[in-house]
Design a protein around this ligand. Sequence first.
Ligand SMILES: [Zn+2]
Length: 241
Amino acid sequence: MTYGGVRRAALALAAAVCLPAMAQAPAGTEPRFVVVLDAAHGGADTGGHSSEWTEKSLTLVLSVRLRSLLNARGIPVVTTRESDVALDGEKRDEIANHANAQACVSLHATLTGTGVHLFASSLAAVAQTRFMPWKTAQAGWVTRSVAFEGVTNSVLQQSGLEVTVGRTALPVVDSMTCPAIAVEVGPDKSATGTPAESLSDASYQARVADALAAAIVEWRSEGPHLNGSGPGGSGTGAGQP
Ligand SMILES: [Zn+2]
């Protein structure tokens, strides 16, 4: 195993063994519900782009807006980037996995198609263990990720957004040790302008961010992620001493 492999394995281990520490919160306090927002792309990696639009800019706008909406509801947020910087997938996962989060959202955008596309990892679920291989660490959380995807789907639909759900192989999400989804924002189906104009429209951005914030608040309120007894609770999650 390479040095990098050892380090990655150790980080996945650290994230896995961090969970029980949540049970040691002082009596009468709830474990903190923390959210990780990952604005995909950045720096030289523009992601999708046209002459007047870049994916990397929109993901950062959505991350900043969503963070402030969640902070206003008392939800702490950890972001993978706060500016137009390049970040590799491993660094994003290190940040996410150190946060011991109950929801991780990787934000993407696309000029093609319409509506919001939600993806959970296509990894097959396995029980969480103290040692999760880095590249497939999400397998221990994927059942809860699919549940989180379902909650997000229903809240976004209730807000009037067009939504599709799916599962796919996503290297960044596949290494996350948290309930994790990728959100790919496409143009508003009812927009009259170009796809870039739709995605640049502040009111559409606000609708998407508001709906995502509402989905995360709903996910928090459902609570199974806090005691490990809900769907996908494997017996080694948070709350087990
Ligand atoms: Zn992307």
